[in-house]
Design a binder for this molecule. Structure first.
Ligand code: FRU
Length: 496
């Protein structure tokens, strides 16, 4: 397969540079870029017995640059093996970037990648303009060849008034009759967002079909990174709106991955929306995509960073950006619930358990520390006395001056995740708070992996994710209770 100089250069560069990154300088089980920069998950799929996860990638710097697709594979969604860079921006139609997209297996056994090609056009005497088109490449799971007929969906196939500049992130799915549908993010004339549906019999020739749903400026503006799938009798649309205001989505602002859940009208093909929920209420989570596992589970993965807070980083690190834990999703009680993939359970070692432990003031427990940890807690007020706040500190340094925290405020029924006191010197978003169901017993599962915390609240009714890049020596865990609480605790080391 003829490979371009740009791709060869990226492959040689990443191999050489990645060899200098020690395993202990990366998370143990969260995927990071081979080297350089990573954003959105792309092409999350099952192909020939392995999970493939591609990602938005710029190998040459730890900041965003002309996008490539990085590539990794796994059999259990936790142990990832790097494969060579899958695509570079080496064609005229994608010279400014190979943006996000998806993957599917073709009937002949080849893997099809569909992505957005970005091309900036300079027009004499005028401001340059950007064109985004949808393009495909076909390969064997390692090497891919861009299709000679690219781009396969262009601005000419947009509904009237839609922007040719904001037209991206195709997600391909196979319909029951074997044909293909493709969902693409778009900006209609109102400056807001919408999701478009295209159809094809072979994955190469595409036709506009309908508008799946319009944002009408309800949640942010442009809607990026769509994914559409059936889940527990409903249809779920994942999308990631930009520019969200606090009054639009449970107090969250900026870029947030959301789910819109409803049913498809068989006549119009439109999504009749029943509810919208954020897919994470922490600081760092965006652009989630899903895959169906061989045993039928729907598993989601997101980019565990925040566009506006990428300044929170360790400048010494040779990589930046990480994926979230893959999470199984289900609908219960009119809501999507999330749990860490069950494959994680096999990695739990060295249990430390305590039941009905009275905690008040500051408590440290023997055997409870570490940066690669699965911590399960049930917190309830002591029968005689209650508590107002219960705070878990983690990634805590030796003298307790620097730490991350998770604080349950029982009176207000809120949970806050924070890296404000982690030692950061940056003036960015460092804390987020969400309302949690005020039960007598709050259930928290906290998964730590060197540079991140993911919190699953009340069996995954809500999640809060946060990245932090602090010194690995800060591995303390402590409990701080204002009042008297009772704690059931199970703590495991996670070993890989
Ligand atoms: C989302 C996004 C996508 C785009 C990609 C570019 O984070 O803006 O819409 O394809 O990142 O890297």
């Amino acid at each position: 397969m003829g490979r371009s100089n740009k791709l060869e250069k990226a492959r040689a560069y990443e191999k050489q540079k990645a060899a200098k990154i020690g395993a202990a300088d990366r998370p143990a089980f969260h995927l990071t870029p081979y080297v350089g920069w990573m954003n959105d998950p792309n092409g999350f799929s099952l192909y020939k017995g392995q999970y493939h996860l591609f990602y938005q990638y710029y190998p040459y710097d730890t900041s965003w640059g002309p996008m490539h697709w990085g590539h990794a594979v796994s059999r259990d969604l936790l142990h990832w093996e790097y494969l060579p860079c899958a695509m570079a921006n080496d064609e005229d139609y994608d010279r400014n970037g190979v943006f996000s997209g998806s993957a599917i297996e073709l009937p002949d056994g080849r893997q099809l990648l569909i992505y957005t090609g970005v091309r900036e056009e300079k027009i004499k005497g005028r401001k340059s303009r950007v064109r985004q088109t949808q393009c495909v490449a076909v390969g064997d799971g390692v090497n891919y060849k861009k299709y000679g007929g690219n781009p396969v969906i262009t601005g000419r196939q947009l509904p009237e008034g839609a922007s040719r500049e904001d037209f991206r992130d195709p997600k391909i799915v196979q319909a029951e009759d074997g044909s293909y549908l493709c969902y693409v993010g778009s900006r209609p004339a109102d400056g807001s967002g919408q999701i478009l549906v295209y159809e094809s019999s072979d994955g190469f020739q595409w036709k506009f079909r309908n508008v799946l749903i319009e944002n009408r400026n309800r949640v942010g503006r442009m809607w990026e990174c769509p994914d559409v799938f059936a889940l527990d009798g409903k249809t779920v649309l994942f999308t990631s709106p930009q520019d969200i205001r606090a009054d639009q989505l449970e107090g969250l602002t900026g870029n947030c991955g959301i789910a819109i859940v409803g049913t498809i009208d068989p006549g119009t093909g439109e999504l009749c929306e029943e509810w919208i929920q954020p897919m994470d209420c922490g600081i760092d989570f965006y652009a989630q995509q899903s895959v169906q596992t061989a045993d039928g589970r729907r598993v989601m993965i997101g980019w565990m960073q925040n566009w506006d807070a990428c300044g929170e980083r360790n400048p010494e690190q040779k990589w930046f950006g990480q994926m979230s834990l893959p999470r199984e999703i289900h609908i219960r009680n009119g809501r999507i619930y999330q749990t860490p993939v069950r494959e994680l359970d096999a990695c739990r070692k060295q249990a430390v358990k305590a039941a009905d432990l009275p905690v008040n003031g500051c408590v440290r427990l023997p055997g409870v520390s570490g940066r690669i940890v699965d911590l399960n807690m049930k917190v309830r007020p002591d029968a005689t006395d209650g508590f107002s706040t219960f705070e878990l500190r983690f990634a805590e340094n030796e003298d307790g001056t620097q730490y991350c925290s998770l604080t349950y405020d029982r009176r207000n029924g809120t949970l806050s995740i924070s890296r404000l006191h982690s030692g950061t010197c940056r003036a960015l978003l460092h804390e987020r708070t969400c309302h949690v169901a005020c039960t007598d017993s709050l259930h928290l599962r906290v998964i730590l992996d060197r540079f991140s915390a993911e919190v699953f609240v009340n069996d995954g009714e809500q999640t809060m994710s946060m990245a932090y890049y602090t010194d690995m020596k800060a591995d303390g865990i402590s409990f701080h209770v204002d009042g008297a609480a009772r704690l059931d605790l199970e703590k495991y080391e996670l070993a890989f």
